[in-house]
Design a protein around this ligand. Structure first.
Ligand code: ADP
Length: 427
């Protein structure tokens, strides 16, 4: 599934970038061709203008002579330097008066439509088919047009030059397209990474949740089957029903936790429930809760909450739920007679709430993972104490939603400290 999506991404990326590349190459080639033709025309114009300057008009005879006195007839007017194929002189009525070079088209002389023209000559004078660039300029005498000079040069050098550019571009485009495709594939992989990770997380989460639900369900099923066996009555039956009740309660607790995590994913919603509250008021019910738990579980509960006016902007119900999870763990993972502490420290920009115990502790290798959903350091022990490994995930989700941080430090056999840091409002 991911490879297909990645391939699709690479395909569409290559297609769109390739279209842009081809259009861009086309534009570059056209501009280059226009530019080169302009240079070519300029060179032709300068050559013809030079011939014009050297052309001398004799009104009495009605002909033209080269300025240096050389008769215009003669191939010496064409030199390798000017690369001309022919030069023709016309009077103002387009009657040919002189010419040198190729006789191509001489019988059908007519005024050209444009100064510069691209024309074909097809095998005249025994020559091969050629494409020529022809320029026609008027000859002026006493500010009057008395005739025209027409000259042409083969376009072959320009064509060869453009063909070279075309070859480079034609070879360059597929290579660049290949690189674009490869880049698309790599970028597709990078883009798919977070989706793949969250998909895998979701899959793991679903598998873990199903696995956790299977145990209480199996207990319910087996106890129900035992209770229904003919002859099982009285205290045995009552025991089975009690087991069913315990398993059902566990399932209900797990489902509550799962729903809580799903409902409170991301930033806290329900702005109406967010209030400005002093940390003292926020922690008061937790002190009462700690006292009750300590009494019930035979632990010592120590609280150090200075009477401070520092306020926080929080959903108190959610935060108390998070802190209750920390307190519950502290009581759960501490031996009989152990000490659980709840402390508050107020700093300039934030408040620190600490839950400390002198219980079993958490190995260093597990400290980074204990906030993951369904993670338990010792699955057997945690199941015995009734945990599903969701309490710390819930606490972390809630604290993060309040722009806070939750961290844990621990020494195995000595105890653990969980620390919640929350931004405080400026007084
Ligand atoms: P659980 O419901 O299993 O307690 P939590 O998410 O609250 O799940 O905790 C995850 C795991 O982290 C627990 O299974 C336990 O192994 C470990 N843990 C959490 N708090 C403590 C603590 N105060 N002392 C020792 N271990 C702890």
């Amino acid at each position: 599934m991911f490879n297909r999506s990645r391939l699709n991404l690479a395909y569409w990326f290559a297609l769109s970038m390739g279209s842009i590349l081809i259009a861009f190459t086309g534009v570059v080639y056209t501009l280059e061709a226009e530019d080169k033709l302009q240079d070519f025309d300029e060179k032709l114009y300068l050559t013809v203008k030079d011939i014009d300057n050297r052309t001398y008009y004799r009104p009495e005879q009605g002909d033209w002579l080269l300025a240096k006195g050389t008769a215009l007839v003669g191939e010496n007017a064409l030199s390798p330097q000017n690369e001309l194929l022919y030069i023709r002189w016309y009077d103002r009525n387009w009657k040919l008066t002189q010419f040198v070079g190729s006789t191509h088209d001489l019988k059908q002389v007519m005024a050209p439509k444009k100064r510069f023209e691209t024309i074909d000559i097809n095998g005249v004078d025994g020559s091969e088919k050629q494409i020529l660039r022809q320029l026609t300029v008027p000859i002026k005498y006493n500010k009057r047009v008395v005739g025209y000079i027409q000259a042409a040069t083969p376009l072959a050098p320009l064509q060869a030059d453009l063909n070279r550019t075309l070859v480079v571009l034609t070879l360059g485009v597929p290579v660049t397209l290949g690189i674009i495709g490869l880049t698309g594939w790599i970028l597709g992989g990078i883009a798919m990474q977070p989706i793949r990770q969250s998909y895998e997380r979701l899959q793991r989460f679903t598998a873990d949740a199903s696995h956790e639900l299977r145990n209480p369900l199996a207990a319910i099923l087996s106890n129900a089957q035992v209770a229904l066996i003919p002859g099982v009555q009285g205290s045995s039956q009552e025991e089975c029903v009690k087991e069913i009740e315990t398993a059902a309660k566990a399932m209900s607790g797990l489902i509550d936790d799962l729903l809580f995590l799903a409902r409170h994913e991301g930033p806290i919603n329900g702005a109406a429930l967010i209030e400005q509250i002093s940390v003292g008021d926020l922690l008061k019910p937790l002190v009462d809760y700690g006292k009750t738990q300590a009494f019930r579980r035979n632990r010592t509960f120590v609280h150090d909450i200075p009477n401070h006016t520092a306020t926080v902007k929080v959903n108190a119900q959610l935060l108390r739920r998070a802190l209750t999870n920390l307190l519950d763990n502290a009581f759960k993972y501490t031996k009989d007679g152990g000490i659980v502490q709840l402390r508050l420290q107020v700093q300039a920009n934030y408040v620190l709430i600490q839950v400390e115990d002198d219980g079993v502790g958490i190995p260093e290798a597990d400290l980074l993972q204990i906030f993951e959903r369904f993670y338990r350091v010792d699955a057997a022990r945690s199941r015995h104490t009734g945990g599903f490994g969701l309490g710390l995930s819930i606490a972390q989700q809630v604290v993060r939603a309040h722009n806070g941080q939750i961290t844990a430090t621990s020494i195995v056999g000595k105890g653990s400290t969980f620390q919640v840091q929350l931004p405080r409002l400026k007084s």
